[in-house]
Design a binder for this molecule. Structure first.
Ligand SMILES: [Zn+2]
Length: 203
């Protein structure tokens, strides 16, 4: 247990869990907003939300056929599909940008309309990008994880920088509650995506 007692309401620490054993487990969530929930349960499936997670894209049984079936069943943009935890677990805003850049696909492409070549490219990009991310994070101390993740990004969070693939500029467009980054030359046939934020206010 921490030697100092944390007084609720006085510090920006939202949660701290430290195991009183040799494991070295020490999880601290700082910040004034509550963006984290912690559960102590006997079975992982008892956690609300976990039971409704989609399949793990790195699992052995997540084959290209399974993925093709998921894509065909959803009339939505691939960007939204990839980061929907109830459809596929574990891919967030950052890695969905990366996967789509590797696959050379528009984030706004409709999942159900991808042709077989595009499905194969997306499947390969998804598996390889996530496997690489896991390998990079493996064994790293928690404090280095954020920098390691950011350093490995090709387009995500790199608006205005140079695309490592083609040299075009990395662009940004609004998506849902945030924004996404992509390369027009690599992903959208050289045509920048219309941004609802700017096109509404700027002419
Ligand atoms: Zn590019």
């Amino acid at each position: 247990m921490p030697s100092t007692v944390l007084r609720p309401g006085k510090s920006p620490i939202a949660l701290r869990v430290r195991f009183d054993d040799a494991s070295g487990f020490d999880l601290t969530e700082a910040g004034t907003q509550k963006r984290l929930a912690a559960y102590v349960v006997n079975r992982v499936a008892d956690v609300p939300g976990i039971a409704s997670l989609g399949p793990d894209p790195l699992a052995d049984d997540f084959t290209e056929e399974v993925f093709a079936g998921i894509l065909a069943a959803h009339r939505m943009q691939v960007k939204g599909l990839l980061r929907d935890q109830s459809i596929i677990a574990g891919v967030g805003n950052a890695y969905s940008d990366e996967v789509l850049h590797v696959a050379k696909l528009s984030p706004f492409a409709l999942a159900a309309t991808l042709d077989p070549d595009q499905v194969t490219r997306l499947y390969t990009a998804l598996r390889e990008t996530l496997a690489q991310a896991v390998a990079t994070a493996s064994g790293k101390p928690a404090k280095e994880l954020k920098d390691a993740k950011r350093a490995g990004m090709r387009v995500h969070g790199r608006t205005g920088e140079v695309c490592p693939e083609c040299g075009d500029v990395v662009r940004e467009v609004s998506f849902a509650d945030s924004s996404l980054q992509y390369c027009a030359t690599c992903q959208t046939g050289g045509k920048p995506l219309a941004d609802r934020r700017t096109s509404k206010f700027l002419k």
